[in-house]
Design a protein around this ligand. Structure first.
Ligand SMILES: *Cc1c(COP(=O)(O)O)cnc(C)c1O
Length: 363
């Protein structure tokens, strides 16, 4: 059976590294069950390190976090426009994103009925095309902030749609739009509060996007998609017991597609993990589609010429993975490693891809 090892201390280290790197408030983003790590566990580890504010994407994530850590501020970044959501938000005092005048009116009304003030961050859609006031609707946001007295504006935010290191122009444009919105609020006498737009990539690549705070998800996992000098540490390792070891003769195939033939006799370990657990699914290909056949071919090509080699760790040593990854089986070369069935093979893996039924172990 496979287990996802989650190194909580590395997440806390990455949090501190991001604080040092950005010099502003770092708001951990714990969406998608904290990118597969387990949101409550990760929130607790960060809470113990002094973090008092978290952001999430869904209402149910906010509810779960509130139940586990009732005294932290939870910023729900997706604007919800239903009365049901407004009721929950005001019941448990979540900081809500407000992205339209109508939903602001609704939330304000629900809060008023309970004689409560609801903390909100105003969402601006500067290019993502989801929710949020459009920059040309900033006047509506101003009206909402001015006249809906059961809402307390504590912040303003937006989100980059194309921030992968290759499109500085798109980032600059969205930032400019956002700053125009917050300036308009200020000119109307409204304090925009905490202004934030940067995710991990933006905050690492473009210092000017850091503003008052950054929302950090993937950097906490040490798995950002851009080049950075920040010494982030990779979180997440899939461990699986080797189920069998034996020698194969020279000239023998390993795995589907007959892409790997042993040049000499090899000792192999069979490890019962694979795509089914999420292993290398980012590289997995659906061979039934033509373009994937092409990509598969490219992967095999890279594999042959060395750049696509994959490894796992067994007894502290690097063991090369042989042939294609299978759905439930992986084969590794252990010719030079003294190990047996029952020993552990470890794979570095992005927790985001690890199947939810793989148990998590927190270390
Ligand atoms: C996912 C997300 C983030 C964090 O993004 P990372 O790139 O993982 O740091 C920040 N803000 C919003 C609105 C998000 O959806």
């Amino acid at each position: 059976m496979s287990t996802l090892i989650v190194q909580k201390n590395l997440i806390v280290d990455n949090y501190h590294i991001m604080c040092g790197e950005t010099g502003v408030k770092v708001i951990p983003m714990l969406k998608g069950n904290a990118y597969g790590l387990g949101d409550v566990e990760i929130a607790r580890a960060l809470y113990d390190a002094g973090v008092k504010m978290f952001s999430v994407s869904r209402l149910e994530e906010a509810m779960r976090l509130h139940e586990a850590l009732p005294d932290v501020e939870i910023l729900l970044l997706t604007p919800y426009s239903t009365e049901k959501a407004a009721n929950i938000i005001t019941d448990i005092d979540i900081t809500a994103a407000v992205g339209s005048y109508d939903s602001a009116v609704l939330l304000n009304g629900v809060a008023a009925k309970k004689d409560k003030k609801c903390r909100v961050h105003i969402a601006f859609d500067t290019g993502m095309g989801r929710s949020g006031f459009l920059p040309q609707e900033v006047e509506k946001a101003i009206q909402a902030a001015k006249y809906l007295t059961n809402l307390t504006v504590c912040g303003c935010f937006s989100h980059f749609s194309n921030c992968f290191g290759k499109s500085k122009k798109d980032v600059a444009l969205q930032l400019e739009q956002f700053l125009k919105c917050t300036s308009a609020l200020k000119s109307a006498g409204i304090d925009p509060g905490m202004c934030h737009i940067a995710n991990s990539n933006a905050s690492l690549l473009y210092p000017e996007t850091r503003l008052n705070a950054v929302r950090t998800g993937s950097a906490l996992l040490g798995r950002v998609g851009v080049k950075t000098k920040a010494p982030l540490k990779r979180v997440g390792a899939l461990q699986c017991e080797i189920c069998d070891t034996h020698w194969l003769p020279a000239g023998h195939n390993i795995g589907y597609g007959n892409t790997m033939k042993t040049k000499k006799a090899l000792k192999i370990a069979v490890i019962p993990t694979g795509y089914a657990d999420g292993l290398y699914v980012c590289k997995a290909k659906d061979t039934f589609r033509f373009r994937d056949v092409l990509r598969y071919g490219f992967q095999d090509f890279k594999y042959l010429f060395g750049s696509g080699k994959m490894y796992c760790k067994i007894k502290g040593k690097k063991a090369r993975i042989l042939g294609r990854i299978g759905f439930c089986n992986v084969v590794a070369d252990i010719s030079n490693i003294d190990c047996n069935a029952g020993d552990i093979a470890e794979f570095s893996i992005n927790p985001m891809y690890v199947n939810t039924n793989v148990p998590r172990a927190y270390v």
